[in-house]
Design a protein around this ligand. Structure first.
Ligand SMILES: [Zn+2]
Length: 298
């Protein structure tokens, strides 16, 4: 018997890069849990390149393509069992393909004190950190160390790697980046920014040498999605990342203004398009009252 490889791509194995001298914290960086989120994958590959060029303390594990089958299929879910990998953690060694994959990733994450999971929020999104910072206050420090200006409170949907990891005592969060879905594509500048943000975190915790940069971040509440009420044309009038007051016109749907329901940041704004009922026009996260120490959502 001979095995004939016709394409050098495996859909039943993932590559894991390891760096470090073992003296210090263990950090795991994952990307491509959703296979079409290519900005995230590119950011992780850039990080692999950078970490190979300087001394690394502790241990950094990087998995640039955590879900090879959905990456090869350029889809969010697995072509084998149609499951969303980021809803089934901690997985199962005896489950369908996605459950087995989740189980293996979960095992690799066990030794990690910090987990940063890279994702994409689509075209028309601004980069932001997504964390359970209200339930797990230590995540505020990690978000500040990353230094991405917008930090959003997660709704904590179970089965996500970072949510399950937080509940298991790890410091875990997501970086959401522009690009990715639908159909892949890379926002190159955003990938570089994310790579630098992760390096800054690594400097904060002593894994990389050098002084970290300290930048201001703003903590926002959970994203509220403004959906199209029916079929019709949505035309945006603000850019992703716009900080808006209550009542600000974010766009028009069939000529009627779509207004901000509260003061906050428009984290995602659809490109002009014909929408159908329930489709996202704008995702907006509210300003959190009482500043960083607060927690009351406006
Ligand atoms: Zn994702």
């Amino acid at each position: 018997m001979r095995q004939v490889t016709f394409e050098p791509t495996s859909v039943t194995a993932f590559d894991l890069y390891e760096f470090g001298d073992g003296r210090g914290p263990v950090v795991m960086i994952t990307a491509g849990i959703h296979g079409d989120e290519q900005t995230a994958i590119h950011a992780a590959r850039l990080l692999v390149q950078r970490l190979g060029e300087e001394p690394v303390h502790g241990k950094v594990k990087v998995v640039p393509v955590a879900n090879p089958a959905s990456f090869r299929n350029r889809t969010r879910t697995s072509p084998f069992d149609q499951l969303d990998l980021n809803r089934v953690f901690p997985g199962s060694p005896a489950g369908s393909q996605t459950l087995q994959l989740a189980h293996r990733l979960w095992e690799e994450a066990q030794e990690a004190e910090y987990i940063v999971d890279l994702h994409c929020a689509g075209w028309g999104s601004v980069p932001y950190t997504l964390a359970l910072y209200q339930e797990f206050p230590a995540m505020r420090e990690v978000a500040i160390a990353l230094g991405i200006p917008v930090v959003v409170q997660s709704n904590g949907t179970r089965g996500q790697l970072f949510v399950e990891a937080c509940h298991a005592g790890r410091k875990a969060l997501i970086i959401e980046l522009p690009g990715g879905q639908p159909g892949g594509f890379v926002d190159v500048a955003a990938a570089q920014m994310a790579c630098e943000a992760v390096q800054n975190l690594l400097r904060f915790i002593g894994v990389l040498e050098g002084e970290p940069t300290r930048s201001d971040v703003v903590f926002y509440g959970r994203i509220q999605v403004l959906e199209a009420p029916g079929p019709g044309l949505f035309l945006p009038s603000v850019r992703p990342g716009a900080v808006v007051d209550e009542g600000t016109v974010l766009g028009h749907f069939e000529g009627e203004p779509v207004r901000a329901p509260f003061a906050g940041v428009a984290v995602s704004v659809s490109l002009p398009r014909y929408c159908f009922a329930g489709e996202r026009m704008v995702g907006i996260a509210p300003l959190v009252r009482n500043g960083i120490g607060g927690g009351a959502v406006a």
